[in-house]
Design a protein around this ligand. Structure first.
Ligand code: 13P
Ligand code: SF4
Length: 308
């Protein structure tokens, strides 16, 4: 069995950095240089001096790191770790909606493919989608692929948000039901509820806080409870527990098997063999970077590439 120490030794030897998403297996999180949400990981990847980045997350996250770091080698230890939600918004569908709604800003969730980001006006994450859409002059936007996040953005901004496609969703968050959250509230009366905006509306409405994975972790300190029911993927429990919180999954079905495909052993093998280098077509990457740049400009945050 591959140990965390072995991974760390190899990382140092290869002068590589391991970035891991909050939903990764506990041992992968513990081996990483940095653990975070999609936004933090994008920013981190661009800040690093290391020439090799090993990305423990699903396909679109590793691709995003490659888009933001044209000069670096980004390794994705398991190419079959793919987000099914990202696959729900194909290039053809994106083109179709853009043609059907000319002049309406096309806001794309980071959980999407590079080709789709290249067609977007803006690229957001769950941490900044509400802020970006509220700052747009337009009262109507196209938003994809998650229809639940689209609905959350519409509720928070009062704008018309057209989901692209109409039924895009995360199967993991869809598995969390209102009954499960209500049951957990009864079982753990001292606990507060944290939810991801990819959850269905009736689950979001039961939550004390709704936000991105890292925003939920920060909220746990701010809400003042010692115990939390977590309405998102179960990987987040590890980070909360490391911070000393008692954490309960809202649903034991909320497991992203795609995230869990990355193991210490696949990380080791990609590092040893330089295997699974993420490649994004240069023109696609440039266009996607432009959409990401416009987003940061509107949010008045320096774009990731100006931070290195
Ligand atoms: P965050 O951006 O909140 O980390 O979420 C990514 C994700 O895939 C949620 O399912
Ligand atoms: Fe995709 Fe859902 Fe897994 Fe996030 S949790 S990577 S949205 S399938």
């Amino acid at each position: 069995m591959v140990s965390i120490e072995e991974i760390r030794r190899l990382m140092d030897e290869k002068k590589a950095v391991l970035l891991a998403h909050n939903y990764q297996r506990p041992e992968v999180q513990d081996a990483a240089d940095f653990v975070g949400d999609s936004l933090e990981l994008s920013l981190k990847a661009a800040e690093l001096e290391a020439k090799t980045v090993v990305f423990a997350g699903v396909d679109f996250m590793a691709e995003q790191a490659a888009i933001l770091n044209p000069g670096k080698v980004v390794l994705h230890p398991e190419r079959l770790a793919r987000c099914p939600m990202a696959a729900m918004l194909t290039l053809e569908l994106a083109k179709e909606y853009k043609e059907k709604y000319p002049g309406i800003p096309f806001v794309v969730y980071v959980n999407s493919w590079a080709e789709v980001k290249a067609l977007a006006d803006y690229v957001v994450t769950s941490a900044n989608a509400v802020k970006l859409v509220s700052q747009l002059e337009a009262d109507k936007v196209l938003f994809g692929p998650d229809r639940h996040l689209a609905e959350y953005v519409a509720e928070a901004t009062g704008k018309e948000v057209i989901p692209v496609p109409s039924d895009g969703h995360c199967p993991v968050h869809l598995a969390i039901t209102r009954e499960e959250v209500e049951g957990a509230r009864k079982r753990y009366p001292a606990a507060k509820v944290l939810a991801h905006p990819e959850c269905v509306r009736e689950v979001r409405r039961l939550a004390d806080f709704v936000g991105s994975t890292s925003q939920m972790i920060r909220a746990a300190s701010e809400l003042g409870a010692r115990e939390y029911v977590v309405a998102t993927e179960v990987g987040l429990l590890h980070r909360l527990e490391k911070l000393g919180f008692k954490a309960h999954p809202a649903s034991s079905y909320a497991v992203c098997v795609e995230m869990k495909k990355i193991t210490l052993s696949s990380i080791l093998s990609s590092l040893v063999n330089g295997r699974n280098v993420v490649k994004v077509d240069a023109k696609v990457a440039r266009r996607a970077r432009e959409a990401i740049g416009r987003t940061f400009e509107l949010l008045e945050v320096p774009p990731p590439w100006s931070r290195s």
